[in-house]
Write a protein that binds this ligand. Structure first.
Ligand code: KIV
Ligand code: ZN
Length: 514
C-alpha cells in the first residue's frame, strides 16, 4: 500500500461551493453514485450543519452509496460534529472531517483567539468526533500560511487525540510546488507518529497551481489527494481529480504511485457534474475539455495517423472517450434500452424505463442514430424533470422580416394554460409567454447551448441559470429542436424552484466563522 494514493473527492462539498453551482438532493445522489463507479476512496458528501439540504444529502448518500468512505465536514464545534455524526449514522464506512483555522491571519482577524486556544479546540473536536466513529480527519485550515512550529504542534496534538487522517489545505491557493512539497517533507520528518496516519493535501487554484502543488506534495510523501471533478470549487476551484489521477498514471515512471480510479469513467463523470451543476468545462481543459484530444494542425494529424504516440501521451479510451457508437434505433425495444443503460451505469426500474422509452422513441423518430451521449442526456433530462408545469404545445414565429413571437401552452395540475408574447428572438418570446403563465418573477442569469453529439441532427443541450430572491437555480433540457430544449430548460428551472428542492436554505452557514 506504500505506493497507493487515496483519492478523496470533495465535488459535493467544496465543489458545490463554486459560485453558481446548485445541486438538489437527487443531483447529489446521482453524482455520488457516479463517484462510486469511478471508484474514489472517499466521497465528502457535505457539511451537514450548514443547511437542511446538506444534512439530508449527506444522510442519503451515506445510506445509499456503497463502496467509498463517506465523509462529512464539521467545524470543531459540538453541534457541527453531532450533526455530521447523525448524517453519517447509516454509512458503512463513515468519516468525520473536522477543521479549525490555524494561520495567524485567521486567528487574529477571524477568531481573536490564541494558538493555544485553537489547539485546545482542535483536540476537543477530534476527541468528540472520535466518540462517534474511529475514522477522523483533521484539517488545520490555511496550513500553507500557518507558522510551521504551530502547524507541527497542532498536527501532533490531533494525532494524539485520535485523528486517523491529517489534511494540509492550501486554503487560498497561495503556495507553490517547491514550497508546498518541502512543507509536506518537513511534516513527515518533524511530526511525531506521522507514520500512524494518512497524510492528505487539499489545494486551491487561485494561482493556477492546485494540481502542481498536489503532485509535488505526493512526490514528497502525501498519501491522499483532495480533489474535485472538473476542478470546481470555492473561487478558482480545487485541484482537479482527472488531472491529478491522469498525471500519476501517465507519469508513473516518475511518481511511482497508483490510484484505484477507473479512469474510463472520467469523461462520463465530468459530463455529469457539468450538466448537473451547470458549470461548463472550457474546451482546452486538460483531460476532459472537448479539445483535449483534438489535433488541428495538419502535421500533427498526419503524425497521429501514423502513430498516435507522436502527439498523444494518453489514449482517449483510457479516460472513456470512445468514438460515439450508434447504439439503438427506432426499432429497438425496451429491453435493449434497459441493457444499454445498464452498461452505461444507469440502473432504472420498470416505471422509469417505460417513461424514458416514450422519449427515446420520439428521439429515434427525429434522429436515426441514437448515441450513448444522447441516451445519457435523456436519462439526466428525465430525472431532472419535476413536472409541476409541463410543456403541452408551443408555436414559434421567427424570421428576418418578422417580429419574433411565441405561443406556449403548459399543463399545471388539471389546467391547461396558454399565453403568447413577442420578444427579441424566439427564445425570449417563449420565455416571456412562460413568465405570463407561471407568474413567478425570475431573472435569467445565463443561457448556454451546446451540441451533445456531432452532426446536423445532434441533440442540443440547453442549460439556463435563473435567479429568484438571490438564489441561483439551473434548468436543463436536451432536444433535437433547440427552441424546444430552450423552453424545456426554462420550465425545468421554474419547476425546481417551485419544488423547493434547491440547496440554499435560510439557515446556510459557509465555513468561515470558525
Ligand atoms: O480549503 C479548505 O481549507 C477547506 C477545508 C475545510 C479543508 O476546504
Ligand atoms: Zn477547500
Amino acid at each position: 500500500m506504500k505506493n497507493r494514493i487515496y483519492i478523496f473527492d470533495t465535488t459535493l462539498r467544496d465543489g458545490e461551493q463554486s459560485p453558481g453551482a446548485s445541486l438538489n438532493l437527487h443531483d447529489k445522489l446521482t453524482i455520488a453514485q457516479q463517484l462510486a463507479r469511478l471508484n474514489v476512496d472517499v466521497i465528502e458528501a457535505g457539511f451537514p450543519v450548514s443547511s437542511q439540504v446538506q444534512f439530508e444529502a449527506t444522510r442519503l448518500i451515506a445510506e445509499e452509496v456503497k463502496g467509498p468512505i463517506v465523509a462529512a465536514l464539521a467545524r470543531c464545534v459540538d453541534l457541527d460534529i453531532d450533526r455530521a455524526a447523525q448524517a453519517l449514522e447509516k454509512a458503512k464506512k463513515p468519516r468525520i472531517h473536522v477543521f479549525a483555522a490555524t494561520s495567524k491571519i485567521h486567528l487574529e482577524k477571524k477568531f481573536k483567539k490564541s494558538e493555544d486556544e485553537i489547539l485546545e479546540l482542535a483536540v476537543k473536536g477530534v476527541k468528540r468526533a472520535k466518540n462517534y466513529f474511529s475514522d477522523i480527519e483533521f484539517s488545520p485550515e490555511d496550513s500553507a500560511r500557518t507558522g510551521k512550529e504551530f502547524l507541527f504542534r497542532i498536527i501532533a496534538a490531533a494525532i494524539a487525540a485520535g485523528a486517523t487522517v491529517i489534511n494540509i489545505p492550501d486554503t487560498v491557493g497561495y503556495s507553490n510546488p517547491d514550497e508546498f512539497g518541502r512543507l509536506i517533507a518537513e511534516i513527515r520528518k518533524r511530526v511525531a507518529h506521522i507514520d500512524r496516519i494518512i497524510l492528505s493535501v487539499h489545494c486551491h487554484n487561485d494561482l493556477g497551481l492546485a494540481v502542481a502543488n498536489t503532485l509535488s506534495a505526493i512526490a514528497n510523501g502525501a498519501q491522499q489527494a483532495e480533489v474535485t471533478i472538473n476542478g470546481i470549487g470555492e473561487r478558482a476551484g480545487n485541484a482537479s481529480l482527472e488531472e491529478v489521477v491522469m498525471a500519476l498514471k501517465t507519469r508513473s515512471d516518475f511518481y511511482q504511485k497508483t490510484t484505484k480510479i477507473r479512469t474510463e469513467e472520467i469523461i462520463r463523470t465530468s459530463r455529469l457534474v457539468s450538466s448537473l451543476t451547470g458549470i461548463l468545462v472550457q474546451p482546452n481543459k486538460a483531460i476532459v475539455g472537448s479539445n483535449a484530444f483534438a489535433h488541428e494542425s495538419g502535421i500533427h494529424q498526419d503524425a497521429v495517423i501514423k502513430d498516435a504516440s507522436t502527439y498523444e501521451i494518453m489514449k482517449p479510451q483510457d479516460v472513456g472517450l470512445e468514438s460515439s457508437r450508434i447504439v439503438l434505433g427506432r426499432h429497438s425495444g425496451r429491453h435493449g434500452l434497459k441493457q444499454r443503460l445498464q452498461e452505461l451505469g444507469y440502473a432504472l426500474n420498470k416505471t422509469e424505463i417505460d417513461h424514458l422509452y416514450d422519449r427515446f422513441l420520439e428521439l429515434a423518430d427525429k434522429k436515426k442514430e441514437v448515441f450513448d451521449e444522447d441516451l445519457i442526456a435523456l436519462v439526466i433530462g428525465d430525472a431532472l424533470q419535476q413536472e409541476i408545469y409541463q410543456l403541452d404545445y408551443f408555436h414559434i414565429l421567427s424570421g428576418s422580416q418578422t417580429i419574433p413571437s411565441a405561443t406556449v401552452r403548459l399543463r399545471h395540475e388539471e389546467k391547461v394554460i396558454q399565453e403568447a408574447s413577442a420578444g427579441d428572438g424566439p427564445v425570449d418570446a417563449a420565455y416571456k409567454a412562460i413568465d405570463r403563465i407561471v407568474q413567478m418573477p425570475v431573472q435569467l442569469v445565463s443561457y448556454s447551448l451546446q451540441a451533445v453529439t456531432e452532426g446536423k441532427n445532434a441533440m442540443g443541450e440547453v442549460i439556463v441559470r435563473v435567479k429568484q430572491n438571490g438564489r441561483n437555480t439551473i434548468g436543463r433540457a436536451a432536444s433535437t429542436d433547440v427552441v424546444e430544449a430552450s423552453i424545456k430548460a426554462y420550465i425545468n428551472a421554474l419547476n425546481r424552484i417551485l419544488s423547493h428542492e434547491t440547496k440554499h436554505q435560510p439557515t446556510e452557514t459557509k465555513h468561515d466563522n470558525l
